[in-house]
Design a protein around this ligand. Structure first.
Ligand code: IPM
Ligand code: MN
Length: 362
């Protein structure tokens, strides 16, 4: 088994280093190979997703990814920006199913900006379609003036588009995931305005016929955004398109106290996957040693469970994280009165120590 390790930019290198430490202490037999991606790859090789990095990711059994992006690359032409690396990996590896769980850990109930009773025990799963929609639809571009000057450009456009098979396969993923938990799926659309999402709704309804044991309801995206802060615990599995999923998953992340806690998995049809924290590269705190590594460590646990068939090792990481939170250690993003503030490395060390304890016990 081989894991491609792609730390990327900003806090990516710091948090991935902690997850790698955690994977190493588990003493499982897999190889880890590092490569540059994003702005770091652009600076070294002139491209955010060099051929060699893409090949490593394709050949590996799973990809552990940090984050990409930095304001200093904002002026580059779009094809060379760091974000193209993650979009390119998703498209090339056909990682169409993005799992973004939003779980509120008991110890962090008070770190949420919502009232504790609204989020206590929260456990919802957002499934975001990841390789279609307005993110990838063609045509896209600008209507150019004859001389190409910006002043003469009259409009810009992107295309929202979904094919039947793209909707069918993500609907199956959502119903199957719901079967393993609360057996309820909410499909989020904008069918009242957009043809693409009327099609989405019709096809999800059609596929639902194959899952009579799962309950399905439909919700417009604006209402879903409201319900997520009004009564988030009413959701079980929420399935939606690429763009709405991008937005709603950030919103759901904040319910849990911190986006620094949330892992994610992006899977293809054979459960090969890319695992990354739900948060970004946070250039404002990069290099300071204060970023929360737990989302990345928990992403490594998801990787062990979904792609590497090591569910016990995944459980061990997750219990270790709970143990560390219970012991009162907190990075700045989840700190509250009465807890102990630690840095990125100390947090990783604490998880490693908690795992070592469980290993000697068994
Ligand atoms: C995410 C990010 C990406 C996205 C960016 C970095 C391209 O916001 O993973 O949610 O929009 O999908
Ligand atoms: Mn996002």
């Amino acid at each position: 088994m081989k894991i491609a390790v792609l730390p990327g930019d900003g806090i990516g290198t710091e948090i991935v280093a902690e997850a790698v430490k955690v994977l190493k202490v588990l003493d499982l037999s897999f190889e880890m190979e590092h490569a540059l991606v994003g702005g770091a790859a652009y600076e070294a090789h002139g491209h955010p997703l060099p051929e060699s990095t893409l090949k490593l990711a394709k050949d590996a059994d799973a990809v552990l990814f940090g984050a990409v992006g930095d304001w200093k690359f904002d002026k580059l032409e779009r094809a060379l920006r760091p974000e193209q690396a993650i979009l390119g990996l998703r498209k090339n590896l056909q990682l169409f199913a993005n799992f973004r769980p939003a779980i509120c850990y008991e110890e962090l109930t008070h770190a949420s900006s919502l009232k504790p009773e609204l989020v206590a025990g929260l456990d919802i799963l957002i499934i975001r379609e990841l390789t279609g929609d307005i993110y990838f639809g063609q045509p896209r571009g600008r209507r150019l003036s004859p001389d190409g000057a910006f002043e003469g450009q009259t409009e810009a456009f992107d295309t929202m588009r979904y094919s039947r098979p793209e909707i069918e396969r993500i609907a199956h993923v959502a119903f199957q995931a719901a079967r393993k938990r609360g057996k309820r799926v909410t499909s989020v659309d904008k069918a009242n305005v957009l043809e693409t999402f009327q099609f989405w709704k019709d096809i999800v309804t059609e596929i639902h016929a194959q899952y009579p044991d799962v309950e399905l309801d439909h919700m417009y995206v604006d209402n879903a955004a409201m319900q997520l802060v009004k009564a988030p615990k009413k959701f079980d599995v929420l399935v939606t398109g690429n763009m709405f999923g991008d937005i709603l998953s950030d919103e759901a992340a904040m319910l849990t106290g911190s986006i620094g806690m949330l892992p994610s998995a992006s899977l293809d049809a054979n459960n090969k996957g890319l695992y990354e924290p739900s948060h970004g590269s946070a250039p404002d705190i990069a290099g300071k040693g204060i970023a929360n590594p737990l989302a990345t460590i928990l992403s490594a646990a998801m990787m062990l469970r979904y792609s590497l068939a090591q569910p016990e090792a995944a459980d061990r990481i997750e219990s270790a994280v709970k143990h560390v939170l219970a012991s009162g250690l907190r990075t700045g993003d989840i700190w509250s009165e009465g807890t102990t503030r630690v840095g990125t490395r100390e947090m990783g060390d604490a998880v490693v120590a908690a795992i070592s304890k469980t290993i000697t016990k068994t």
